[in-house]
Write a protein that binds this ligand. Structure first.
Ligand code: SAM
Length: 218
C-alpha cells in the first residue's frame, strides 16, 4: 500500500490539562460493566490523542469531522483546539453515560448516542454531509465481527470518492490479536492507502495510530 505523507503538527503548548485521574476512575467503572465495547481500562493520554487527531488545518468551513467512540473525550479536547472556525463536529458514542459527560464537558460540540456502524443513517437524520475526517477510539481488537463489518461498511460509504482520512489506534500488546488482525485485513481489502504511526510509547499502554484513505475502486 502507498504511504500517506505526514501532516505537520500544530503547537499545543497552551493545551489545558485533561483530568486523567477523575476520567480514569469513571472510565474504569464503565470498562468493568462493558469490557468488550469500552475495550480499555484508561482513557487515552494527551500524546496518543494528539497523534490520533493529527492536523485539522485543511478542514474548510462547513466541512464535518466525525469522532467514533470519544469516551471521556481526550481526543475530543484536541479536536476542540484544532478545529478551524466554521467547521462542524459530531461525536458518536455508544455509552449513554459517556455521551452525557461529553455533552457537559464540551457544550459547543454535538454528540450522538448510538453506534458508529449506523453512521450513514445518523448523518442523514441530522442533515449532515459526509465527513472530511473520521477519528476513531473504537476498540476494534475486542469488537465482534458483525460490529466491525458494519463500521467498515459505513467507512466505505463515508469515504468513497473523497480525500477523507480515517484515523484509529490499536494497542501494541493487542496488535496481534485475531480481532485486531481481522479489522486490519478488512480495511486493507477496502482501502488503498495505509500508514502506521508509532508506537506512542508515552501512552499507557503503548499504541499505534493507523491511517487509511482512498476507497478501492471508488
Ligand atoms: C477504548 S475506548 C476509547 C475512548 C476514548 N476515545 C479514548 O481514547 O480514551 C472505546 C470507546 O468506544 C465506545 N464504543 C464502543 N463501541 C462503539 C460503537 N459501536 N459506536 C460508538 N462508540 C462505541 C466505547 O463506549 C468507548 O467509549
Amino acid at each position: 500500500m502507498a504511504p500517506l505523507s505526514a501532516a505537520p503538527e500544530p503547537d499545543l503548548s497552551n493545551q489545558p490539562k485533561l483530568r486523567p485521574v477523575r476520567d480514569g476512575l469513571g472510565f474504569f467503572g464503565r470498562f468493568l460493566k462493558n469490557p468488550t465495547s469500552v475495550g480499555a481500562v484508561l482513557p487515552s493520554s494527551r500524546w496518543l490523542a494528539r497523534a490520533l487527531v493529527g492536523s485539522l488545518d485543511h478542514i474548510r468551513p462547513g466541512e464535518l469531522v466525525v469522532e467514533y467512540g470519544p469516551g471521556t473525550g481526550p481526543a475530543t479536547e484536541v479536536v476542540r483546539q484544532r478545529l478551524p472556525q466554521g467547521t462542524r463536529y459530531l461525536g458518536i458514542e455508544l455509552e449513554p453515560r459517556f455521551r452525557d459527560l461529553l455533552a457537559r464537558r464540551f457544550p459547543t460540540m454535538t454528540f450522538h448516542q448510538g453506534s458508529a456502524g449506523d453512521v450513514q443513517r445518523i448523518l442523514a437524520d441530522r442533515d449532515l454531509p459526509r465527513p472530511a475526517r473520521i477519528i476513531s477510539g473504537l476498540p476494534f481488537a475486542s469488537l465482534p465481527p458483525a460490529v466491525q463489518d458494519a463500521v467498515v461498511d459505513g467507512l466505505v460509504w463515508a469515504m468513497r470518492d473523497s480525500d477523507c482520512d480515517f484515523r484509529t489506534f490499536q494497542y501494541a500488546h493487542a496488535y496481534g490479536l485475531k480481532a485486531a488482525r481481522r479489522f486490519r485485513a478488512l480495511m486493507n481489502e477496502r482501502f488503498a492507502h495505509f500508514e502506521r504511526i508509532g508506537p506512542i510509547v508515552r501512552n499507557v499502554p503503548p499504541a499505534f495510530v493507523l491511517r487509511y484513505r482512498g476507497v478501492r475502486g471508488g
